[in-house]
Design a protein around this ligand. Sequence first.
Ligand SMILES: Cc1ncc(COP(=O)(O)O)c(C=O)c1O
Length: 375
Amino acid sequence: MRKYDFGSGRTDPGSFPTEALAEAASEAVHELGATLVNYPGDMGHQGLREVMAMRESKREGIDVSADHIALMNGSMQAVTLVAEALMEGPGDVIVTEELTYSGTIGAYKRLGAELVGVPLDEQGMRVDALADVLADLRRKGTPPRFIYTLATYQNPTGSVMPRQRRLELLEVARYYDAIVVEDNCYGDVHFEGPEEPALYALDDSPNVLYIGSLSKILGPGVRLGYLLARPPMLGRILDRRYDGGNSLLAAASCAALFRDRLWQHLAETNAILKEKRDAVFAGLEEGAGDLCTWSRPVGGMFIWIEFPEDVDRDRLMALCAERGIVVARGQGFHIRREDVPAIRLAFGFASLEAVREGVPLLAECIHQARVPVMA
Ligand SMILES: Cc1ncc(COP(=O)(O)O)c(C=O)c1O
């Protein structure tokens, strides 16, 4: 029973543009026709690359070329491919935020990477700590293959790194000659206030790579993401690609869908997500304000809820399961699997009613999961 599904980062199903996508798909089939007998190749459908170049150029206020964008089978393929291309073997170091996306942790560990964590605060990765980590790795003779960072609407904490810190991060990375991989898959899920620039937009070095996605603005079912990198880095990563490219049919359909209506679509879906986020805030304030603290993300899909050490995590997860509440345990996002006293609540997928009903129940569960601490 998943009555209150706050488990994973998915967008609102109620506003999925089914009819518009059906029309776009029909247009795409007619456009592609018999060209579908060909393999798409490493770069992928030109039309979608152009639409995504327009998306990045407009958001970032810089000129992004479609020639620097290679479409991927979801952003996860790009996350994995950069590591496959940049790592030389098991034991290679990758530096990440200490808390980061569980999928990335799994993928990099499976490739044999040693993840070295940098603590975060409400402004994302702490650059003073990053400098210490890089200095230490240099001393040991094990420089990282790259730094993987979620600077905008961080998963799981929801933090956004301010521009000044981004500049400092880039400066530290340059000093240590470290490649930066920025995963910005929540980039356009923005609710209020000024938007911070992508790292890619602040540094034109080929050593700053960027990963985007359509999963969080449309749905992971289309399996479309992309890697944005300047030569020669783009070629170096694509040298490791052996899959023949990703679906032309999906890419052409999404290009037709978004060519003229991307920004309107985002305005509509972001308004719906913002209402849900606000309902989570209200429910937490009411039910758990005396016990928990939580992040106040201005975008993305996650709220990071921290509770006192006397909340028993196993008991909390069991109580949630009994009531049909799905949330993600904090431990899954810690690179060393430390059982941090926190959960991640994803507010995009559940209906507004489910959020209004479920968050107070979750707050109850947190209270009930407290155990007396032995003196
Ligand atoms: C930070 C981050 N990167 C990558 C992904 C994978 O997304 P995709 O569906 O584009 O592969 C996710 C999905 O939740 C994510 O949160």
